[in-house]
Design a protein around this ligand. Structure first.
Ligand code: GTP
Ligand code: MG
Length: 287
């Protein structure tokens, strides 16, 4: 297990994935770039910015069901201004989303459609690709748009291993791609937040240090959620994060034979409760 600072998050297959992404960019008319609503800044790849060139794209803020809408709208406006792109808030757990998204995609890529026509490629489908960090919901979105289980979806990073074309309807084909990270994070908070949203493989992470990081974000940004979920007092929150984990462990009865808290288990539980939205609607990034 490695502490967040020492993670090898850019294994060989990701370097390959990035290379393939560059090649496929040449084949598509446009891009759907997915960003996780729980980390709208940290989960946006700077590497992708370097390779997109002048390809048309829509930024999709996924997993919106896990965050508070007014807070997310501030991030949406920030991204719209910064990247001069259409930014759409979405959520694949709602089936009706695709009936909203498809017309929007058709509208946004109208010019790309007509370019094909003028090149004499009448009847050619619009070719788009979905890109984003691991576990952000690329394959889920494609299944939703195609109204069927065309690609494999699982709640862990690195599920999609190779690129795969999926026919959405008679007009659109969408390329599913493996999630990629980038070789160097500008700041360790980015690594922490990517780990918390499940974009980095859990097997290589030290759960205890990650839970401590989560607690320090929550103490700062959402103290009331912590108080409510874990029945903590104002005084408890003034303590060090490792002491708060102890208190939570005792309250939940996560104790070993000698009566001491099993840190690894209570840490894993807190991280899981964050990921499943049980602690509350949380955005880890700050604006
Ligand atoms: N709550 C919530 N969960 C979602 C949403 N979209 C996807 N998920 C879940 O997120 C997990 C990852 O989804 P995938 O579609 O496999 O993600 P991916 O981007 O294809 O991941 P890789 O193939 O590993 O890069 C799954 O457990 C999905 O059910 C959403 O809008 N809300
Ligand atoms: Mg996938």
């Amino acid at each position: 297990m490695q502490k967040v600072d020492n993670i090898n998050w850019f294994p060989g297959h990701m370097a390959k994935g990035l290379h393939q992404l560059k090649k496929s960019l040449l084949l598509v008319d446009g891009v759907l770039e997915l960003v996780d609503a729980r980390a709208p800044i940290s989960s946006k790849s700077p590497e992708f910015e370097k390779i997109i060139g002048n390809k048309k794209r829509i930024i999709l803020l996924t997993k919106a069901d896990l965050v508070l809408m007014p807070e997310l709208v501030r991030f949406k406006n920030f991204l719209t201004d910064k990247y001069n792109a259409k930014v759409v808030i979405t959520n694949t757990s709602k089936q009706q989303e695709s009936s909203k998204l498809l017309p929007l995609i058709n509208l946004e890529f109208k010019e790309e459609f007509s370019k094909n026509k003028t090149k004499g490629m009448v009847g050619r489908t619009l070719k788009l690709m979905a890109v984003g960090v691991p576990n952000v919901g690329k394959s889920s979105l494609i299944n939703q748009l195609a109204k069927g289980k065309k690609t494999k979806v699982q709640n862990k990073p690195g599920v999609t291993k190779t690129q795969q074309w999926v026919k959405i309807d008679n007009n659109i084909e969408l390329l599913d791609t493996p999630g990629i990270l980038w070789p160097k994070f500008e700041d360790r908070n980015i690594a922490v937040r990517l780990a918390l949203i499940g974009a980095i493989r859990d097997e290589i992470l030290d759960k205890e240090s990650l839970a401590l990081e989560l607690l320090s974000i929550l103490k700062d940004k959402y103290p009331n959620y912590l108080k409510q979920r874990y029945d903590l007092t104002e005084n408890d929150l003034k303590k060090e994060s490792y002491q708060i984990i102890e208190i939570i462990g005792k309250k939940r009865g996560v104790l070993g034979a000698g009566g001491s808290v099993i840190n690894e288990r209570i840490s894993a539980l807190i991280i899981d409760e964050f990921r499943t939205g049980k602690i509350g609607k949380i955005i880890l990034d700050c604006l």
